[in-house]
Design a protein around this ligand. Sequence first.
Ligand SMILES: [Zn+2]
Length: 345
Amino acid sequence: MFETSIAGSLPKPAWLAETNKLWPQWRAEGDALRQAKADATLLWIKAQEDAGLDIVCDGEQSRQHFVHGFLEQVEGIDFEHKVKMGIRDNRYDAMVPQVVSALRLKGRVHAFEAQLARAHTKKKLKFTLPGPMTIVDTVADRFYGSNAEGRVKMAFAFAELLNQEALALQADGVDIIQFDEPAFNVYMKDAADWGVQALERAAQGLTCTTAVHICYGYGIKANTDWKSTLGEEWRQYETVFPALAKSRIDQVSLECIHSHVPPDLMKLLAGKDVMVGVIDVASDVIETPEEVADTIGRALEFVPKERLFPCTNCGLAPMGRDVAWRKLQALAAGTKLAKERLTTA
Ligand SMILES: [Zn+2]
């Protein structure tokens, strides 16, 4: 009960990449970079185990960014000529590569870090991939056509590639494959109309546990500014959760603590495992065990205890390393307290 995990990313050590950045530059190249990525992956697996988390992940130490890390292994994408594009409905600008021809995987994308992680932990291993709709929102298109139809076509083309890599990750021994779809919270109607279908295409044929993470973004200024415009009640999840409840995806990861998401929206996920965000990634203040346990308690009003998985609101990539480490401990400590409260209640 209450198996703990993080959404996915963790800060990169200063010797691996620039710190406190979403698109950090690597500190090394070639073999030295590969070794540094491996060292950072092992370090964070150890840290997650030491904190007492039940499900661990590679902390995304081997990718510069959660979307572009995948795209680097896709043929048909021009990384030489990046363009500035407003992403997440123009919430912020990013330099993105361009799709210029038919898409095909150059080979395995995450074999190195997935196999490394698998070889070094006996805990359940989760691995994250970007979802098709979020990829489409983080790349410029010069091939599929900029209309709505082109977007859908491109999303399904990426879904096929994601599926190839997901099946290979499953063969590597990954227990949970999670697709990250922050775009579902931005284009809610599209998410319900075709985003969930594209996601299911990406997860097709998987027999391991499948998950989707939908959040309000990393704790960067553009996101916290955006959140302040969303009003008293954040009802974005209301449109997409019913479609997800009907889907074949097993688990849904959502933002909860310090958000304005009405907790009763979790009811819309009946039949699914719910990864409840009990750790805020937009604040350096470390949650107390009581605060974490209280958040779990609120979620328990709408999610059966055997379906509740305490998690972080989003990735911890842009945070300080020490803060992230203490948040892992807070996640474990608060979950322990929530369990104690249940048994003594
Ligand atoms: Zn997130």
